[in-house]
Structures are given as C-alpha cells and as structure tokens.
Write a protein that binds this ligand. Structure first.
Ligand SMILES: *[C@@H]1O[C@H](CO)[C@@H](O)[C@H](O)[C@H]1NC(C)=O
Ligand SMILES: *[C@@H]1O[C@H](CO)[C@@H](O)[C@H](O)[C@H]1NC(C)=O
Ligand SMILES: *[C@@H]1O[C@H](CO)[C@@H](O)[C@H](O)[C@H]1NC(C)=O
Ligand SMILES: *[C@@H]1O[C@H](CO)[C@@H](O)[C@H](O)[C@H]1NC(C)=O
Ligand SMILES: *[C@@H]1O[C@H](CO)[C@@H](O)[C@H](O)[C@H]1NC(C)=O
Ligand SMILES: *[C@@H]1O[C@H](CO)[C@@H](O)[C@H](O)[C@H]1NC(C)=O
Ligand SMILES: *[C@@H]1O[C@H](CO)[C@@H](O)[C@H](O)[C@H]1NC(C)=O
Ligand SMILES: *[C@@H]1O[C@H](CO)[C@@H](O)[C@H](O)[C@H]1NC(C)=O
Ligand SMILES: *[C@@H]1O[C@H](CO)[C@@H](O)[C@H](O)[C@H]1NC(C)=O
Ligand SMILES: *[C@@H]1O[C@H](CO)[C@@H](O)[C@H](O)[C@H]1NC(C)=O
Ligand SMILES: *[C@@H]1O[C@H](CO)[C@@H](O)[C@H](O)[C@H]1NC(C)=O
Length: 321
C-alpha cells in the first residue's frame, strides 16, 4: 500500500474528523453494491482513447488515485483526483501526459499505445463508507486494427498425396485465425492439420478436392481481415508421351522435319531429346531440322515433371533416302 495521498495544503485531518462525525449521524449504510470498473469503449484501439469508470459511481469520495499496476505503490501512481468544489488533478510519476481524471473517479487515457495494456488499480477514499479505502484492479487490453494478412505456400502445384503447408502471416496479437478454401471456412480433419495457433495449415495426402484458392482470416474484437486468395493446383503426369508425327518417318533427304513431344503434365515438363541414345542440345517440346544422312536414326523424347518426379518417353524412327 502506498501512502494515502493528501489534498495539497488541505486540512486533511479536519476533513476526516468532520466526515466521521457526519457519518455517524447518517442512516446505516445500505448493503454495499460491489464496485466494478467499466471500460468505454470495451475494446479500445491503438491511437484511440478509453475511459475506466468505477460503477456504480462512488458517492462521497474525497480522493481517487489511479495506478498503472495491480499494486498501489507510489512509482506506479498515474494521478490522484480530488473532487469539486475544488477539483484538483495531481499527476503522479506514472503520468505520461495522456491521462486525465473525471467525471467521478474515471480515468481517461488518450492516444492509446499497445503497451498501455496492463492492470490498472483505482484507490477510492470514502471516509464515510464501511470500507473507507477501496481498491479495485482492472485489466486493460489495447487492440490494434489488424492489417490484411498474407498467405505463404511452400508450393502452389502439389502432387497427388503430397503435403501442402500454408502459413498465415499476421500480427502475433491476432486473436483468431481461420482458413477458407474457395471462400468457405475449413474445419480440421485427419488430412487438415492446424498448428501454431492456427497460423499454419497442413494439407496431407493432397487430392483434386484440395485444389482451388486458400485464404486466411484474422480477427480480434476490433476488426477482421482476410488475405488475398492464393491458388493451389494439383501437379500430375506425365503418365505417357508420344512424338508427332508418329514413326516411322520416311522422307527424302533435304526435307524439313518438325518433331513434337506430347505429354500431359502439370506443371509443364522439361524435355530432353536423344538420337540413337546420344543426348541432343534441344530442350523444347519440338524442334525442326533438315534431313541429312547425318541425322537419320531413332529419336527419343523424355518429358520430366519436376514436381511429381514422373518421367515419360517416346521414340520415333526417322528414315530418309
Ligand atoms: C497533469 O496532466 C494533465 C494532462 O497532461 C495536464 O493538463 C495538467 O496540467 C497536469 N497537472 C499538473 C498539476 O501538472
Ligand atoms: C510504450 O511504447 C512507446 C513507443 O511505442 C514508448 O515511447 C513508451 O516509452 C512505452 N511505454 C512503456 C511504459 O513502456
Ligand atoms: C494483470 O494481472 C493478472 C492477474 O490478476 C496477471 O495474470 C497479468 O499478468 C497482469 N498483467 C500485466 C500486464 O501485468
Ligand atoms: C484490412 O487491412 C488493410 C490494410 O492492410 C486495411 O486497409 C483494411 O481497412 C482492413 N480491412 C478491414 C475490414 O479492417
Ligand atoms: C495416392 O494415395 C492413394 C491412396 O493411398 C493411392 O490409391 C494413389 O495411387 C496414390 N496416388 C499417387 C499418385 O501416388
Ligand atoms: C512442403 O512442406 C511439407 C511439409 O512440411 C513437405 O513434406 C513438402 O515436401 C514441402 N514441399 C516443398 C516443395 O518444399
Ligand atoms: C482455430 O481454428 C478452429 C477451426 O477453424 C476454430 O474453431 C478456432 O476458433 C480457431 N482458433 C483460433 C485461436 O483462431
Ligand atoms: C495418407 O496416405 C498414406 C499412404 O497412402 C496413408 O498411409 C495415410 O494413412 C494417409 N493419411 C491420411 C491422413 O489420410
Ligand atoms: C475449389 O475450386 C477448384 C477450382 O474451381 C475446384 O477444382 C475444387 O474442387 C474446389 N474445391 C472445393 C472443396 O470446393
Ligand atoms: C521409304 O520410301 C521410299 C519411297 O517412297 C521407299 O522406296 C522405301 O522402301 C521406304 N522405306 C521404308 C523403310 O519404308
Ligand atoms: C543411328 O543408327 C542407325 C541404325 O543403326 C544408323 O543408320 C544411323 O546412321 C545412326 N545415326 C547417327 C546420327 O548415328
């Protein structure tokens, strides 16, 4: 307990005495209603203000001291307020220049910051009351307006039965994190796992039904905000490949020939070409050349999907005369 604050220069003892004499003449005090502290607004926001008001408003108090802690030591005293007719706000060592008193025993804080979050205690002196010194502590939480979160994916094209990890990047002070697929809220199941306070969503044994767009939605009592949709597709193939035109190709020497490798694959595969088993420099899905005696033989294309790890190949024979 800190020392009882004195009205500066006031005849303290005289008031106390007078009050106790007066008090004894009054009717027996009615059953005391418990005093609580009401926050207005209930969810204060960074940059805004808040009022902490004892309810019901105390009657007959001679001073109210507010402390920025659960205890009433002088170092954490914000202010002491002495009511009319000569209202005085005496600032304490924890006063930041943003706190004002009143009406009643209320404490008003302007220009709120996140670190104003904490416990506040008011000590009310009512010499006439059954409890002449009343201490009430209240927890203040200052909220921030949550910015739009972002989603990070460890891959956007996921192979069948693969594992997709999505992370919602948001303030550590977001109270709730929910996930949506194609605009509908997801609920966890054996294949959908939430971790790190819902900030990570893991999709196991990925299938067609897991494709589409993913969003996360973050919330606190002040606002909710949603990420932009991130698209996830299924990676598949190639199961097979073929070369167009199909062989055997029989052309006169000097003719121009285009070979095209066709493979169904997401993402698009990388291609390799071989002539009689020797790797060629070409890496496109097709290539064109003029037939000479030096480039006849067996052409092979290989289509490789780096995500599924699947490779398919096809061969065609090119003859000439
Ligand atoms: C106490 O703080 C308030 C708000 O910053 C200010 O207006 C007032 O002048 C201060 N009072 C004293 C006595 O310094
Ligand atoms: C709260 O944070 C502000 C800056 O954001 C800083 O100036 C102030 O000293 C901090 N107050 C406390 C009590 O830590
Ligand atoms: C406020 O008090 C509660 C218990 O009453 C405690 O758990 C909490 O840590 C305190 N908050 C701060 C910021 O000191
Ligand atoms: C979401 O956050 C953006 C800034 O990132 C902000 O401009 C917008 O107002 C917020 N939306 C809501 C509904 O709070
Ligand atoms: C994925 O798993 C299912 C069931 O275990 C299996 O039938 C299917 O062949 C698998 N698909 C791939 C591409 O591994
Ligand atoms: C994505 O993360 C999962 C699990 O953390 C892992 O199994 C998978 O290999 C990762 N994929 C990529 C492309 O890193
Ligand atoms: C986590 O997600 C589950 C399922 O969507 C939801 O019920 C729960 O409220 C969320 N929890 C938090 C802290 O966001
Ligand atoms: C995922 O697939 C593997 C192999 O197909 C299977 O053993 C496992 O039970 C599946 N997991 C879930 C959560 O379906
Ligand atoms: C989500 O949308 C994608 C693309 O339209 C679709 O392939 C997928 O099946 C949808 N998933 C669900 C669960 O609705
Ligand atoms: C290629 O075509 C020529 C004439 O069109 C024919 O004489 C020759 O037998 C053919 N060669 C093969 C291997 O089909
Ligand atoms: C490829 O092999 C065939 C048959 O053995 C041969 O006729 C052809 O000349 C070879 N082509 C090259 C470029 O070595």
């Amino acid at each position: 307990m800190g020392r009882i604050p004195h009205r500066p220069g006031g005849p303290w003892t005289g008031i106390l005495l007078a009050a106790s004499v007066l008090g004894s003449c009054l009717q027996p005090a009615p059953a005391q209603t418990p005093v609580t502290i009401v926050l207005t607004p209930p969810s204060p926001v960074v940059g805004g203000g808040v009022s902490l008001a004892p309810q019901p408003p105390p009657q007959g108090f001679v001073s109210c001291s507010w402390y920025r802690s659960a205890t009433t030591d002088e170092t954490s005293r914000i202010l002491t307020y002495f009511p009319p007719p000569n209202p005085i706000q005496q600032n304490g060592s924890a006063h930041t220049g943003r706190e004002t008193a009143g009406p009643g025993c209320a404490l008003n804080i302007a220009g709120l910051m996140l670190n104003d979050t904490g416990n506040y205690t008011v000590q009310i002196q009512i010499p006439t009351a059954a409890t002449p010194v009343l201490s009430i502590t209240v927890a203040l939480r200052v909220y921030e307006k949550l910015a739009k979160p972002t989603v990070t994916l460890n891959q956007t094209q996921v192979p069948e039965n693969g594992t997709l990890t999505l992370t919602c990047n948001t303030s550590p002070r977001a109270d709730t994190v929910l996930w949506l697929q194609n605009g509908s809220y997801l609920t966890p199941n054996t294949r959908l796992e939430l971790s790190s306070e819902n900030r990570t969503l893991t999709v196991l044994n990925f299938t067609w039904g897991d494709t589409g767009t993913y969003q996360c939605e973050v919330g606190n009592p002040v606002n909710t905000n949603r990420s932009e949709p991130s698209t996830v597709t299924l990676a598949y193939g190639p199961e097979s490949a073929r070369i167009d035109p199909p062989g055997p190709v029989n052309l006169t020497l000097g003719s121009r020939l285009t070979l095209t490798c066709v493979a169904v694959s997401v993402p698009a595969p990388s291609y390799s070409w071989f002539l009689n088993g020797t790797k060629l420099p070409q890496t496109g899905s097709s290539f064109t050349f003029d037939l000479t005696t030096l480039n006849l033989g067996t052409y092979k294309c290989q289509a490789h999907n780096p995500v599924t790890g699947l490779t398919a190949s096809a061969e065609t024979e090119v003859l000439g005369e």
